[in-house]
Design a protein around this ligand. Sequence first.
Ligand SMILES: *Cc1c(COP(=O)(O)O)cnc(C)c1O
Length: 381
Amino acid sequence: MPTYGERNLEFISGKGVYLFTKDKKKYLDFGSGIAVNSLGHCNPKLIKSIKKQSERLWHTSNLYSSSNQEKYAKRLCLNTFADRVFFTNSGVESIECGIKMIRKYFYSKNQRNKNRIITFEGAFHGRSIAAISAQKNKKYMSGFGPFLNGFDQVPFDNNIISVKNAISDKTAGVLIETIQGEGGIRPADIKFLKELRKLCNKKNMLLFIDEIQCGFGRSGKLFSYEWAKIKPDILAVAKGIGSGFPMGACLASEKVSKFMIAGTHGSTYGGNPLSVSVGSAVLDELLRENFLKKVDDISRYLWQKLIELKKQYNEIVEIRGAGLLLGIKTRKPNHIINKMFQDNHLLTICAGDNVIRLAPPLIINKTHVDEAIRKIKKSLE
Ligand SMILES: *Cc1c(COP(=O)(O)O)cnc(C)c1O
């Protein structure tokens, strides 16, 4: 279907931070798809893992137990706030699972009117009817009504009063991206996230964090909520989880997930052996000693270089973001993005609010950053 418009560029192979066209043109990939290829292209360890699994078993469905799946879920829990994991195949399915879980939680506690969720302006949670109803962004809604009831939206202004004002007896939870991705690379303040956690505790609301884009090491910690030293009740993840293999997960505490009893939710493919083999191998790498420290170091180096560019070019309005999810706010982003990829072979992604998004693989080093900066500079000139 023509949902993506005209597409003229095709890559036929990839290695590490680079992509190649049929006529052997080389591109530096600072988009990672859309913040997906966390370990770059064709990572040898991931290839080994999926190859091994593909020769043994592809699929059995969730009707049968799977020790690898359980082991992987346990490791995700050990390294996060979570007690339980539901495996999905994409980000929006993880969001759906979380929304259902919030509603089910209060329903099971006989607080059946408590079923509304607060969301934030500029949010992106996916393209399903529930997700577009939740994020209330006109750009994604036109023609797709009727929408789902049960979402109240507040400004994304790091002001806890905005949230307080939207709370009623019916408010069951808050859904937030710790760093807004599509909306223009806008991080929530650490102070605000702490206040939000407190408010949720006080008002008996569940905190549902969407780290589909900023999670799995992109912020320099395994999950960006760790920077605020808080714990969500529910966490939606996808994108970087499989470094390009289509998979996702919804993580939750025991308190919330215990009502998702047999028969309440399901997925044919979620947690399929192939995805588990890739997901486990990605996690091995992210948890390797110093891996996240290196992500943090290189992201600070990139940040510094971008700040220097901003001082030199009037075209740049602001540098923002966190870790390796950074945004260059410009006056005319499309023109510059075209220059970047057409003339200088640097791949970036546009985001809302005139932002050029940089989401390189987490394995980049200084050479890659310097190369990207040279290409951005040329494009600006
Ligand atoms: C991409 C994204 C989604 C949707 O994920 P899909 O895999 O496209 O369904 C949801 N939330 C955030 C923050 C995202 O970046």
